[in-house]
Write a protein of this length. Structure first.
Length: 254
């Protein structure tokens, strides 16, 4: 293990050169446009977005997006114990949430860390884990999670776990869907039957007007992704709250 790599932390995607974003996290990975959208989507009450920049000397060679979140503990409490957990949470507010540092994105299916081709991944992961562990302690996070990294990372993650005390956990299930055409709009047109029912739309309209959930941008009032989100939100789920500006950014040309 060499000591050539160091880590510095920045608070915005704009603090990282565009050329580094393009080299480290090119499409189809979630890159600069993705994190610009998240930063400008009114999610400050839920997430603190930050970035670890790996450097070789003075030269930046990698990007590791991460975020801080107060995870509601009731999403992991068994249903039968939920009333008790909520009651204890009223008496002891600290029991309602656990501050957690997540490596990755809150709104992506898989986590990604971008490195220039010449960077040794295991060295980078080891240096990154040490720096993030210190940052988690400084930020009051008793838990650090590398969120939803794909199987391609498995050998390096097992190597890292054996040296740092990390351990694997099964994540929430995901879905892989075949696209019937070359664009996402083809997919949404085919699945229009999944639009919200009248009852679900009524429930969505009854949400408090000040809630970020119900603030809609006038130019996408019926965007399929927004409707699908409204349909799913409100159930007992770990799905993050989002307002419609997320879809404005994701739908705009880049």
């Amino acid at each position: 293990m060499t000591a050539s790599l160091t880590v510095r932390f920045v608070d915005s995607e704009q603090a990282i050169p565009a050329t580094l974003w393009e080299a480290c996290l090119p499409p189809p990975l979630e890159g600069r446009w993705w994190y610009a959208a998240l930063e400008q989507s009114g999610l400050e009450e839920q997430f603190v977005f930050r970035y670890a920049v790996l450097c070789d000397g003075a030269r930046p060679v990698g990007i590791a997006p991460f975020f801080l979140m107060d995870v509601p503990l009731d999403i992991v409490v068994p249903e039968v114990l939920l009333p008790l957990a909520k009651g204890l949470g009223h008496v002891f507010p600290a029991l309602r949430h656990q501050r957690t540092l997540f490596v990755g994105s809150p709104c992506a299916d898989e986590g990604s860390i971008g490195l220039l081709p010449e960077v040794d991944r295991r060295e980078a992961f080891f240096v990154l884990q040490q720096a993030l562990d210190r940052e988690a302690r400084r930020s009051g996070c008793p838990m650090l999670v590398w969120k939803d990294f794909p199987d391609a990372y498995a050998p390096d993650m097992h190597w890292l776990a054996a040296r740092t005390g990390l351990f694997p956990m099964v994540s929430f299930p995901g879905t892989v869907a075949a696209l019937p055409g070359p664009t996402m709009e083809d997919f949404f047109r085919r699945h229009e039957r999944h639009a919200p029912t009248a009852t679900q739309e009524k429930i969505a309209r009854q949400q408090p007007r000040a809630s970020p959930l119900t603030r809609r941008s006038s130019n996408i009032p019926t965007h399929p992704r927004w409707r699908r989100f409204l349909r799913c939100f409100g159930k007992r789920t770990s799905m993050p709250r989002r307002n419609s500006s997320v879809w404005t950014w994701r739908s705009s040309p880049r």
